[in-house]
Design a protein around this ligand. Structure first.
Ligand SMILES: [Zn+2]
Length: 111
């Protein structure tokens, strides 16, 4: 029963959002119409969203930080380009400490 209510609620909120989107797109300026035309009529599936993310990453416009795997700070969303890294280790172990200079978040990875 709860699951039916959950999906019913999700459907209702999607319908309301869709109706507002349709209404607002009628008063959009001309330059925005090609962008709005690209928007899908139905919500994309999880698989399609993952495909879009993979496509975007494949273009090389987004750099994934190595070794954390982040594209931005998980605390303050600062770009991973600004991360600071320190490498420690000996001949058997190497540890990379990645930190965000904006908020102090840090992660330690053994590589
Ligand atoms: Zn941060």
């Amino acid at each position: 029963m709860e699951i039916a209510l959950f999906f019913g609620g999700a459907l209702i909120s999607w319908i309301i959002t869709h109706a507002y989107y349709r209404r607002s797109s009628k008063i959009a300026p001309d330059w925005a119409l090609p962008l709005i035309a690209k928007l899908p009529d139905t919500p994309p599936t999880k698989e399609r969203l993952l495909e879009l993310v993979q496509e975007y990453l494949g273009k090389g416009e987004v750099k994934v930080n190595d070794p954390t795997g982040h594209i931005a700070c998980p605390e303050c969303a600062n770009s991973a380009e600004h991360f600071e890294q320190k490498v420690f280790g000996d001949e058997r172990h190497t540890v990379v400490v990645t930190s965000c200079p904006a908020c102090g978040w840090s992660q330690t990875d053994e590589v």
